[in-house]
Design a protein around this ligand. Structure first.
Ligand code: CA2
Length: 142
């Protein structure tokens, strides 16, 4: 089994600013946590981050036939992007939406998630551990 972990804009800044919202661990720590969990689960994993919406769309399209599931933190594009919703729906791969912070307890504009409609689950507010929980969800689907 091979999982694709996708991160949207500004998540490369983890640990650099706003530790009260996103924690003190940085993006490299996140990658290491994911890779260690993948090794425990005995699955392959690829972790990517981009600041560009179209790049996320390209990666989701290309995942079909290459990966068995996607963990997606679209960051701010969660709240704006119908293109990502369409890409996830078209890819036909089980996709779990993850948010580090608890978006349900934040601003009104963060209450909308377009991509959620095409996802098999959403994990929000569990910090970096949410990515590991999302991987667990995907491996138990098969
Ligand atoms: O809680 C999450 O994971 C979010 O997807 C993070 C996004 C935010 O727009 C979503 O509403 C919720 C923001 C990612 C930016 O991350 C930063 C981390 C450290 C410093 C600055 C930004």
């Amino acid at each position: 089994m091979k999982l694709l972990i996708l991160n949207g804009p500004n998540l490369n800044l983890l640990g650099v600013r706003e530790p009260e919202i996103y924690g003190k661990q940085n993006y490299s720590d996140l990658c290491q946590l994911i890779e260690a969990h993948a090794a425990e689960l005995g699955v392959e994993v690829e972790v990517r981050q981009t600041n560009h919406e179209g790049v996320l769309v390209d990666w989701i399209q290309q995942a079909r036939g290459q990966f068995d599931g996607i963990v997606l933190n679209p960051a701010a594009y969660t709240h704006t992007s119908i293109a990502l919703l369409d890409a996830v729906a078209a890819a036909g791969l089980p996709t779990v939406e993850v948010h580090i912070s608890d978006v349900r307890r934040r601003e009104a504009f963060r209450q909308i998630s377009y991509v959620r409609a095409a996802c098999v689950a959403t994990i929000t507010g569990h910090g970096l551990h949410g990515y590991l929980e999302a991987m667990d969800v995907l491996i138990h689907l098969k």
